[in-house]
Structure formats: structure tokens, C-alpha cells
Design a protein around this ligand. Structure first.
Ligand code: FEO
Length: 396
């Protein structure tokens, strides 16, 4: 049994083999569903549960600890990977009460059909007394649902943050031991689900800034014995700062758009700008999401298919739009055979971004000398915009 602090135990589950979350997000490193058990001198609390697929692991861990009574189940977030095993816990421990906020209660009733009398509703800042330990609730909404909250174990200075600060990373280590790996995994996780709520996340960061925290224990991935490491990363990701970088998600059918992408890539490198092309036929969308956290500019490349954008480019544009990155400049390049509305269609899909739209470069057939010149002009436009923001090579 892994122990986080005296009388605070990890009772969650590792899911080494899970490959997809929400049937959308690739999980190259699996994930964990972190549940914790706190034994106070008077009350025993379970902090979240696990995905129903790992229900037995949670019960095995509770059995190993010899747990015969649970007084409270704290539910920080109603999504099933943390709440889905609550009904099974209530069957095994019928005297347990679910401690959560009103919004989460409503969602749990809707999704898990839990009756009203099983809940104890708490307010922001309220303290649950466990005897020799006190658990204070801190509402941290929109990371990434409206009901999300955290809790702070005052005596041990542990912040249980649920998805906030999490990472989809299955590892045997309870605490961060490979900072680079965890940084990438946490950034990817932030990009995939938190980035659309960047302003809310920043407000939540402010809310916990003055807490004295020894350990942040999220509900996915390892816990942080150096909380400053992940809090500084979040401050960077949620800031308005962008990097001197261009992302080019693209797809090409017969090579014309690809030649344009290659020419733009080379032209940007010549102008000392970092470039990441993403071939959408095989791009891991989590990698694209992670790159969107910082990049100043996105240029989408698409051929014209039946008068509109290629479906892969439509999907990418839709993703970029709903992830709401802090992208400052947006471009569209591509090709057509006889006509179409590829630029108009992609532009409308990207209308949610607060980015300046750069002049599109759309060509007929194979790129020719003038077309390559137009691409170089686009690279000049991007370089000028980046210079106007004082973005420097490889920096911010
Ligand atoms: Fe890990 Fe939003 O659930």
C-alpha cells in the first residue's frame, strides 16, 4: 500500500492499457484514477473514486487497509472516471455520505441516479472535521466542468486538486520522479481539457496561491512534492505570452498543398521562427493540442475537396476553434483544381478565435514561381507580426 502522508493512503488504480479518453483523446502513456483514503481520529474519508472499469482495484486497496467504515466520500468532480464507482461504494458502505457542492450533487444525481439523502452539501471554504484532521473545500470551477472543486487537508498541507494539475500518465511512482516527462504529460492534459477555460484556470490559480502547500495530489498522474513546479507551469500556460512559433496542421492529396507547406516551413526557418508541421493523416491530436498552448501563429493547409476543405482540415479547424488557444495570428493555405470555398469554410470554423487573420494563399494546381513567392510573402507577414510582439528566436 502506498502512503502519501501518515494516515493518507493511495487507494486508486493505474490504467496502463487505456488508449483513448472520451473516445477522442489519445493516451500514449495510459492514465491513473487517483483515489485517496484519509483516516482521521474520528472520521474516515475517501477522496474520489475510480473509473468503474477499475472498481475492483479500489475495493482490493480498501480491503488491504482493513477499512470497515467510510464516513464520507468527497466528490470533487462528477465525471465518471472519478465518480463512477460511488454507487458501488455506497452499496458496500451504506452509511457513507457524499460530500460535495450543490452543482456536483445535481450532476451526480443526473448521471448516477444517487438519491438526495446520500449527500452532504458543502460551501466554498467550509471545513469538514475528521477529528485530528480538517479538510477545507475550495471551489475551483471550470477545470474543466462547472462543478469542479479541490480540497485542502490543513494539517498535512495537501491540496487534492482532482483534474486540476493532473496528467494522463500511468506510473508506479506516487510522486513526480521524472519532471520532464510529467511536464509534457501535464501540459498535454491542460491543452486537451483546460485550455478552453484558460481565464477560469488562472482565477483558480490565484485562489490557491496563498495556501501553504506541501503536496499537490491530483486525480490523474503522480503527485507534486514541489508544488511550485506545476503551479509555475500553469501560470505560464494560462498567461497571455506566446512563443515565436508557427504550427502548420495540414493535409495534402496530390502533393500541391504539401509543397506549399514545405516551402513555408523553410521560409519560416530562414526567418528564425520555430515551425511544427502536423500532417493530419497521422497526427496525434494531443500533440497538436499541446503545441497550441504557446504558439503565436497557426496556418492550416488544405486542398479543396468537392468545393470545400478536406475533412481532416475541417476536423483540425474545429478542434483549434473549440480548444481556444491564445493564438495571435491565423493563416490558411492550400490548393484547388477548378474552384471552391475552402478558405471561407475554414474561416467560419475558426471564427471563435481572437486572432488576426492573415491573407490566405490559395493556388490552382501545382505551385508555380509566383505561388512560392506568395508563400514567402506570407512568411514575411508572420515574421513582421512576431517582431511586433518582440518574439525572439526560440523564445517568447
Ligand atoms: Fe478526470 Fe474530468 O475527469
Amino acid at each position: 500500500m502506498q502512503v502519501l502522508k501518515p494516515n493518507v493512503f493511495f487507494v486508486g488504480a493505474r490504467d496502463w492499457d487505456r488508449q483513448l479518453f472520451d473516445e477522442l483523446i489519445p493516451l500514449p502513456d495510459g492514465t491513473t484514477y487517483n483515489a485517496f483514503l484519509i483516516k482521521g481520529s474520528e472520521k474516515t474519508v475517501l477522496i474520489d473514486t475510480v473509473d468503474p472499469a477499475k472498481e475492483q482495484v479500489l475495493f482490493d486497496n480498501l480491503n488491504e487497509l482493513g477499512i470497515e467504515q467510510i464516513d464520507y466520500v468527497v466528490s470533487h468532480h462528477a465525471e465518471q472516471d472519478h465518480s463512477g464507482t460511488i454507487p458501488a461504494i455506497l452499496r458496500q458502505f451504506p452509511m457513507a455520505r457524499i460530500v460535495t457542492n450543490q452543482k456536483c450533487c445535481n450532476l451526480l444525481k443526473d448521471h448516477l441516479l444517487i438519491p438526495d439523502d446520500k449527500f452532504k452539501i458543502v460551501a466554498d471554504g467550509e471545513v469538514l472535521r475528521l477529528g485530528n484532521k480538517n479538510l477545507r473545500f475550495i471551489f475551483t470551477p471550470w477545470v474543466h466542468w462547472p462543478e469542479t472543486m479541490s480540497s485542502y487537508l490543513e494539517e498535512d498541507k495537501i491540496l487534492f486538486s482532482c483534474d486540476f494539475f493532473g496528467s494522463h500518465l500511468a506510473t508506479s511512482e506516487l510522486l513526480v520522479d521524472d519532471k520532464n516527462r510529467v511536464y509534457r504529460s501535464a501540459k498535454r492534459y491542460y491543452a486537451e481539457i483546460m485550455m478552453p477555460f484558460r481565464n477560469n484556470v488562472r482565477q483558480n490559480l490565484e485562489k490557491i496561491r496563498n495556501l501553504e502547500i506541501d503536496l499537490i495530489a491530483p486525480s490523474h498522474g503522480p503527485s507534486y512534492p514541489e508544488p511550485g513546479f506545476i503551479m509555475e507551469a500553469y501560470e505560464d500556460w494560462t498567461s497571455d505570452r506566446v512563443s515565436n512559433e508557427v504550427l502548420i496542421p495540414y493535409v495534402s492529396m496530390h502533393g500541391s498543398t504539401e509543397k506549399m507547406v514545405q516551402h513555408l516551413t523553410a521560409a519560416l526557418i530562414d526567418r528564425h521562427i520555430k515551425v511544427q508541421p502536423f500532417n493530419l493523416t497521422h497526427t496525434d491530436i494531443g500533440e497538436l493540442a499541446m503545441a497550441l498552448v504557446d504558439a503565436a501563429t497557426v496556418v492550416i493547409g488544405s486542398p479543396t475537396v468537392i468545393l470545400g476543405p478536406h475533412p481532416a482540415a475541417i476536423t483540425a479547424a474545429y478542434l483549434v476553434n473549440f480548444l481556444r488557444p491564445k493564438t495571435k495570428f491565423l493563416g490558411i493555405i492550400g490548393s484547388y483544381g477548378w474552384g471552391g470555398k475552402m478558405v471561407d469554410n475554414l474561416g467560419s470554423l475558426l471564427s471563435g478565435l481572437k486572432a488576426e487573420i492573415l491573407p490566405p494563399v490559395v493556388i490552382k494546381g501545382h505551385p508555380k514561381a509566383d505561388d512560392f513567392k506568395a508563400i514567402e510573402n506570407l512568411a514575411d507577414e508572420i515574421a513582421a507580426r512576431h517582431n511586433s510582439l518582440n518574439l525572439t528566436e526560440g523564445g517568447q
